[in-house]
Structure formats: C-alpha cells, structure tokens
Design a protein around this ligand. Structure first.
Ligand code: RAM
Length: 555
C-alpha cells in the first residue's frame, strides 16, 4: 500500500469513529441525497428487468371437509368427501357450501362460472369465497379477529353477481390450496349451479427448476428439496415476494435467502438484478436501504422502515449476485449503495469496537422469537457485512476506498470475544441478562469470530441448555444450519435440516412456513396462527444447502 493510501485510510477510519453518538432519531440526512444522480437510471434498469409471468391453469381435484384431529398440525386435517361431479351442475341451493382442494399451493387469479339451471335470473347472487394455505386456516373462525396485522389479509371475499352465465375473476390475487364457496344470497325464482372453477397460477419462475438430484438421494431430502423449490416458485413474482398470501412485498432479508435458493433452482438472476436496482432507486435520502418495497401502483418503499440487519444483507446479496453472474456493470453501479450501508453501520460502533444500539433507534431484526437479545448477533452481523463488502470491494478494485475495513473487522472480532464470550462455558452471551441464544452463536461463527472446535462447542453448549433462546422461524434456523456447516458440524447440520424442514413436510407442508417451532404448532408472530404465511420466502433455503453441500446432504 502506498503512503498516501495509508494516510487516507487512517483519516477515513478516524472519521468513522469521530461520528458523534446521537441521542435519538434517525441519522442526520446528508445535505444532499448521495444517490441523486443515479436514481432515475437505477429505476429504469429495474423496470427493464421486469419479468414475464408464466401462467398455468389448475382446477380443483376434489371436495374435502375439515376434520378436527388433535394429532394433526394445528388440530385440523382435510378429508376427501366427494367429487367435483357431485357439485358442478347441482343446484347451489342444495349444496350451499363446499370446500375444494386444488392439490397444491397456487398463487394467482381465481375464476369461476355460475350457470342458470332453470327459469330466469331475477336478482343478484351473492357468494363468499374463502381461501387458505393450510387446513386450520379454513376451519378456525377469523372473527372476532385477534391478529395484530390487518384483518384484510385473511382471504375471504364476498362477491355479488348481477349477471351469471359468464366467467368471473376475483379482483384480488389469491394464494392457497383450499377454497370454500358459500351461497349467501340467491332468489326463490330461478335456479343456478356452479359450472366451473379454476386458478390461473402466476410466477416468474420458469416451469422447470434445475435441481437434479442423484437417484439414490434419501427420500426425505428429495421431498424437502422439492418443497423448497415450490416455495420459491410461488414467491417469485415480479419481485421476490416474502409471502404471496402476506405481505406481498420485497423484503431485503428475504431477498438474500431467495437469491441463494434461486442459484440452485430457477437461476432467474435478472429477477435478483431487478430487486437490487429497486432497493437502490428507492433508498432513503440518508443513503440507507429501506427494509421493504411495494410495487403497486408505482414502486415505493415503506417509509420509516429502516432495519439495519436488512441493509447489511443487501450487500451480501449484491456480492453473491456478482459471483453468480459476473455482471460487473451492475455491481459497479451499486457499489456506492453497499459502501454506504457499512458506513452507516459503523456509526453505531464505539471506541471499544462494540456495536452500541443505544446511539439512536434502530431495528435489528434477526427472528420473530420474543425476547431475543440482539447485542451479540448484531456484533457478528456487522463484522460479517464488513468482510462481505470488502470482498465486493476487492472484486471491483475499490479496496483503496475502504482500506481501513479489515482492521476494523479484526478489532470488532477481538471486542466480541472480550464482551460476549463466556470462557468458562464456551458460549456467547448477550445483553444485560447474559442471554444465551442460538443466534448469538451463529452470527459469531458466520463472521469468523470463532471457528472450528471453539465454534462447535458454542453451538453445542447453546443447544444443550433448555433455557437457550431457540430460533422461532425458518429464517433464523437457516443461519443455524449455515453456522453448523461453516464450523464442520456436518452430521448435526444434516440432522437439523432433516428434522426441522422434514418436520414441516411430515405435518403436511407443500410449501414451507413463515414461522415454525417443532414444539409449538400454534406459534405466530401476529397472535393468530391463520394469519401466518404458509408459503414464505425465507423458508426456501434447503435447496441451497442441499446443492451447496452435496457431500453432507446426499450421502
Ligand atoms: C415479516 C415478514 C417478512 C420479514 C419481516 C421482517 O413481516 O415475514 O418476511 O422479512 O417480517
């Protein structure tokens, strides 16, 4: 390194640590939008990468009814109760309510046709359709609604038909496997029957995924792989959505995991590129990436949704995208954004090289598990981001812009050991109560704070203790399996993946769920399990693990 670089490096490092601590409120906006000159072109590039949706028509397979069963997932299962031929053409007054099973999870537009059986339509018809991803959602009453998110996420739709004998498509996009139709209002003076019902499924994933597995792949691994791929397919719309039932939007943390799974399945890298440009074009004026974006009517961010952990994962997504595609043009375009995310994160780091979340309000999302302390996980996550973004800088020949980062990462690693490592137990603790959590270990391992036997011991110690805060979602579990693989716990990683995601398969999942705790089928971040998403992006990563580590999962 030249002397001048050294001077710049020390000056830059000093600048980082001289940033004052803010009592509260967001980071002061820079006097000028750092991306002002780029946003329009980034938005255009996102638009140019808009994918075509592949459309496929599905019809229901048969009639079903809900059966209470305490041994079934969430206490309900579906039993086949009849054929469509028992329903089509039969007066709706005689069969005012049926439930059908489409046999698979579908995301798309639902259409139907009701026809006149006798006499003349002399009044509107009113029908109610209810869609669900899992049996309990079809059988647990929605009202009075206990959920903490909008009641309108529930997929029950009432429609009044002024005219029948024509095709009708519900305005709302639907996601689910089951559907109930109820007659709410007819007329004594004419008769009518359901004539046809169909879903036009939509996804930007190509029909065929590239996920060949050898013939002797264990059956459960094959199933887990297939369910992962279906989960991703359903979430791949005109962006990578988090959940096609709920929240219908692009989240940066979900994007990272979806893009990894995409590498080993659909290889639709242009969708990843679109999402990276969308996030860049819609970044906050202080330069931070927003945590989530809506597409309609025009792409726009959820304002005030700053989530630092997701900002940092934007950088990892960009790095992985570059490795997958060799698209240096995009990576160079977006380097300024990546660099800014790290610079922002470093404003929380004190002279002691410890991340201090009391500097100003910040959302540090790692999991929906209640009570999780984020101190140790965020220390690891920032170190990881520093390393990943430096790797990106090296690939782009930009390391002279950030020569001080490796040194900061090393100092932060030492600080992590000093502050969070309990030597006597061989485990990381976090927060004022010295909480032991699985995520406290995984992020320290992912960032290389500990490795090898020391890392294994940390995970084993955490998992052996009943009071440990366990992951509550497949999102957090992803990072556990990831950490196990990084530190060489191959058998445990295989067993964990097989038990956890295989547990969902055994409980009937045809797509993977947003929240899953093998010990509590009713877990819900929103106080109402039917409101959970049962086809959730961040749960689709087994396909990534299986194909990245064939020697572990395919033996
Ligand atoms: C929920 C969604 C989404 C996730 C955020 C943090 O709203 O499940 O996938 O990224 O939380």
């Amino acid at each position: 390194m030249k002397l001048i670089d050294l001077i710049i490096s020390f000056a830059a490092a000093a600048a980082v640590f001289c940033t004052p601590a803010y009592a509260s409120g967001p980071a002061p906006a820079e006097s000028q939008d750092p991306y002002a000159g780029y946003r329009t072109s980034w938005a255009m590039k996102a638009e140019q990468a808009m994918p075509e949706l592949v459309k496929t028509v599905y019809r229901p397979l048969y009639l079903v009814e809900g059966v209470r069963d305490s041994s079934a997932y969430q206490g309900w299962r579906m039993r086949r109760s009849g054929e469509l031929s028992d329903y089509y053409g039969v007066s709706l007054k005689q069969r005012p309510c049926v439930t059908v099973d489409f046999g698979k999870h579908i995301t798309g537009r639902f259409s139907f046709r009701v026809r006149t059986l006798s006499r003349t339509q002399d009044a509107p018809l009113r029908l109610k359709f209810t869609f669900g991803e899992v049996p309990a959602e079809m059988n647990v009453p929605f009202d009075p609604f206990p959920g903490t998110l909008s009641r309108a996420w529930m997929q029950d739709e009432v429609i009044t038909l002024e005219q029948i004998d024509c095709d009708v498509t519900l305005p709302r996009r639907i996601s689910g496997r089951y559907m109930r139709v109820e007659l709410l209002g007819g007329s004594p003076d004419f008769d009518f029957a359901m004539d046809d019902m169909w879903f036009t499924a939509e996804s930007s994933a190509p029909q065929e995924a590239v996920t060949e597995l050898p013939a002797d792949t264990p059956e459960i691994i094959r199933k887990i792989n297939d369910v992962s791929v279906e989960t991703l397919r359903e979430c791949m719309q005109t962006v990578y959505e988090d959940g096609p039932k709920r929240d219908h939007r692009l989240w940066a943390g979900d994007l990272y995991l979806e893009s990894l799974a995409n590498r080993h399945s659909f290889r639709n890298f242009s969708l990843t590129k679109r999402c990276l440009y969308l996030f860049a074009s819609l970044a906050a004026e202080d330069g931070t990436v927003v945590s989530n974006i809506f597409e309609k009517p025009e792409p726009h961010p959820q304002y005030g949704s700053y989530c630092l952990t997701y900002c940092l994962l934007y950088n990892s997504t960009l790095l992985e995208y570059l490795k997958d595609t060799g698209d240096y043009e995009t990576a160079e375009d977006l380097w300024i954004v990546a660099r800014h995310q790290v610079e922002d994160a470093l404003t929380y780091v004190g002279d002691d090289y410890v991340f201090d979340s009391s500097r100003r309000p910040v959302w540090l999302f790692f999991d929906w598990r209640e009570g999780l302390d984020a101190d140790a996980p965020i220390q690891g996550a920032v170190i990881f981001a520093l390393q990943q973004t430096y790797e990106l800088a090296v690939m782009l020949g930009k390391e002279s812009e950030v020569p001080h980062w490796p040194r900061i990462a090393e100092k932060m690693k030492k600080a992590a050991m000093k502050r969070y490592y309990d030597k006597s137990r061989g485990v990381f603790v976090s927060g004022p109560d010295s909480q032991v959590s699985v995520l406290g270990q995984t992020w320290m391992i992912k960032s290389g704070v500990v490795s090898g036997k020391q890392a294994q011991k940390a995970i084993q110690t955490a998992l052996a203790d009943d009071s440990t805060v366990m992951p509550g979602t497949p999102y957090a579990t992803h990072y556990l399996v990831d950490a196990m693989l990084i530190c060489g716990m191959y058998d445990q990683a295989r067993d964990y993946l097989t038990d956890y995601w295989g547990g969902m398969v055994e409980k009937g999942a045809d797509t993977f769920w947003e929240a899953y705790d093998p010990r509590n089928d009713y877990i819900s971040p929103y106080n109402f399990h039917p409101l959970n998403s049962y086809c959730h992006a961040w749960s689709c990563t087994p396909v990534y693990f299986i194909h990245t580590w064939p020697e572990v999962f395919l033996k």
